[in-house]
Design a protein around this ligand. Structure first.
Ligand code: PEP
Ligand code: MG
Length: 321
């Protein structure tokens, strides 16, 4: 099997009925790019920038960030690289920010909420990203977007920083796509509205499942409720993909579900355009997709979405795909 996979390293990803999708990888540091390329990923679908800020006692400077982003973009040689702005909070803390302890950190002051409030931190990161943009194919993604207002404000700040850099004579790419993570149910439900303004969606199922099922993703005692194949989740995923396509935008997924062999056929059938997963899952996923007929799976999607339980979905998927 390993030999079969190795032959697919330099291939694109097609279903058996010749529908193309993109398989990308998730990374946490520039050093991870080596594994991305060795495993044949077609891009970076999620660069979690939190690690630049963690394990130290002060914020990273604009230049430190610029160097990291530039390194990733250069090593990816023009392949798409989705860099997510700071998603701190929840399970990821930064002691040096001295933020007050919260009763519900996952529902609290985190990610884009913090960035819109602590704008120095946000603007520094955006400047580093904009300066790095000319070294590759950069796409910028905002995490934990719950309302259109948040997206507009974040994008407005990005535009301001871009104009400042241009005025300073610094070269910035003109083709940076700006998108959002869909990981809060309100955003999935309102995807048709967001799709008119964003360039792309990336569905963050790790959080989307936790918030939809109201089950802490870290809590073993409620892990039975953490259900990627629950029809509720699949319906939300469908809403997001359909909304994107209606506006001519693309929809990806960068939560764990995107690399899950049981979920992959269903996601293909729903029309997902980009799957971003851990690098080591890319070749197995490419090999699996080669054997799947998108048309056949699509013809079963309505039936799957009408199922009553997660167990019904899994049973059907295992027997038919
Ligand atoms: C997600 O929520 O699915 C996601 C990809 O982001 P993180 O796991 O970093 O919260
Ligand atoms: Mg998340």
């Amino acid at each position: 099997q390993k030999e079969e996979w190795a032959k697919l390293v330099n291939e694109k990803t097609f279903s058996s009925d010749s529908v193309q999708v993109e398989l990308a990888a998730n990374i946490g540091t520039p050093a991870d790019v080596k594994g991305v390329l060795e495993n044949g990923a077609e891009g970076v679908g999620l660069y979690r920038t939190e690690f630049l800020y963690m394990g130290r006692d002060q914020l990273p400077t604009e230049d430190e960030q610029f160097n990291a982003y530039r390194e990733v973009l250069e090593k990816m040689e023009g392949k798409p690289v989705v860099i997510r702005t700071l998603d701190i909070g929840g399970d990821k803390e930064l002691p040096y920010l001295n933020l007050p302890k919260e009763l519900n950190p996952f529902l609290g002051f985190r990610a884009i909420r913090l960035c819109l409030e602590e704008q120095d931190i946000f603007r520094t990161q955006l400047r580093a990203l904009l300066r790095a943009s000319r070294y590759g194919n950069l796409k910028i993604m905002f995490p934990m977007i719950a309302t259109l207002g948040e997206f507009r404000e974040a994008k407005g700040i990005l535009t301001e920083e871009k104009e400042k850099l241009v005025a300073e004579g610094i070269e910035v790419s003109d083709s940076i796509e700006v998108g959002i993570m869909v990981e809060i149910p309100s955003t999935a439900v309102m995807a048709d509205t967001f799709a008119k303004e964003v360039d792309f969606f990336s569905i963050g199922t790790n959080d989307l499942i936790q918030y939809t099922m109201a089950a802490d993703r870290m809590n073993e005692q409620v892990s039975y409720l953490y259900q990627p194949y629950n029809p509720a989740i699949l319906r939300l995923v469908k809403m997001v993909i359909d909304a994107a396509h209606k506006e001519g935008k693309w929809a990806g997924m960068c939560g764990e579900m995107a690399g899950d062999p049981i979920a992959i056929p269903i996601l293909l059938g729903l029309g997902l355009d980009e799957f971003s997963m851990s690098a080591t899952s890319v070749l197995p996923a490419r090999s699996q997709i080669l054997s799947l007929s998108k048309e056949k799976i699509s013809s079963h999607i309505d039936q799957i979405l009408q199922m009553e339980t997660m167990e019904d979905v899994v049973k059907f998927a295992e027997e038919n795909f």
